[in-house]
Design a protein around this ligand. Sequence first.
Ligand SMILES: NC(=O)c1ccc[n+]([C@@H]2O[C@H](COP(=O)([O-])OP(=O)(O)OC[C@H]3O[C@@H](n4cnc5c(N)ncnc54)[C@H](OP(=O)(O)O)[C@@H]3O)[C@@H](O)[C@H]2O)c1
Length: 247
Amino acid sequence: MVDHERGSSPIALITGAGRGIGLEVCRQLAQRGMTVILTARDPGKAEAAARRLAGEGLDVRPQTLDIADDESVFRLAAAIEREFGRVDVLVNNAAAYADWSELASTADLQAAEAVLGTTLFGAWRTCQIFLPLVRRSAHGRIVNVSSGAGSHGDQQFGLTTNGGAPASYGIAKAALNALTAKLAAEPGSSGILVNAVCPGLTATAPGMEAMGARPVQQGAASVVWAAVLPDDGPTGGFFRDGRPLPW
Ligand SMILES: NC(=O)c1ccc[n+]([C@@H]2O[C@H](COP(=O)([O-])OP(=O)(O)OC[C@H]3O[C@@H](n4cnc5c(N)ncnc54)[C@H](OP(=O)(O)O)[C@@H]3O)[C@@H](O)[C@H]2O)c1
């Protein structure tokens, strides 16, 4: 086994990090001195994004990861175990989106299954497969990037707003919050802080600023907060900008 506590920088792994909030989370964690494993399902996208951050003087390594695919997740976990022996920070950022008008009563269930397959089961699979490596960290942190869409407390995008749309995305994020609580409650998570975080409405697609979305740096900072919590920080909660959100 690799002697992982001897003077090496913390190892952070971020899913779905070829663009958007995931990419900016990589930048901010690397700026804090972490070795960041930037993953995307398209290898070219991972390499281009990591090259960009490496050009800023940051220690960012590209890897291919499709969280919907067992083999892909197992392969990467084995490679990281060989190279680093542990993971200190796991950020489950990748998600799939539903049609914005999708209703629970009429949703195409195949499409809904695909949303849950990535957003809930992809994060769940990644947690299961990487947990043995996170348990080897002295300060393990797991951050599940959730959304106010899965909350009763979000007046703009929450579970009971917008006439119930989009259904599968909100259901997947509510379930991701429940997964977070369940994982945090396990005895095997002792010493690991597992939290869900909403980045807030963040401008990661054209036209989002016009909807009042905030800059990607700010959305990512909400996520980074949970990745760098002190050892006596909270676990099993749901937060935005460091403040608890009901769900
Ligand atoms: N932006 C917001 O306003 C907002 C608000 C609340 C919550 N969130 C949450 O924040 C996170 C990031 O959102 P974002 O706005 O940055 O979205 P985004 O730009 O669409 O990023 C989502 C990422 O997930 C990746 N992905 C999808 N399926 C995947 C799979 N099977 N395996 C690996 N990666 C996969 C996508 O990769 P490809 O590039 O290959 O498609 C993409 O990089 C998501 O969890 C989202 O639900 C965002």
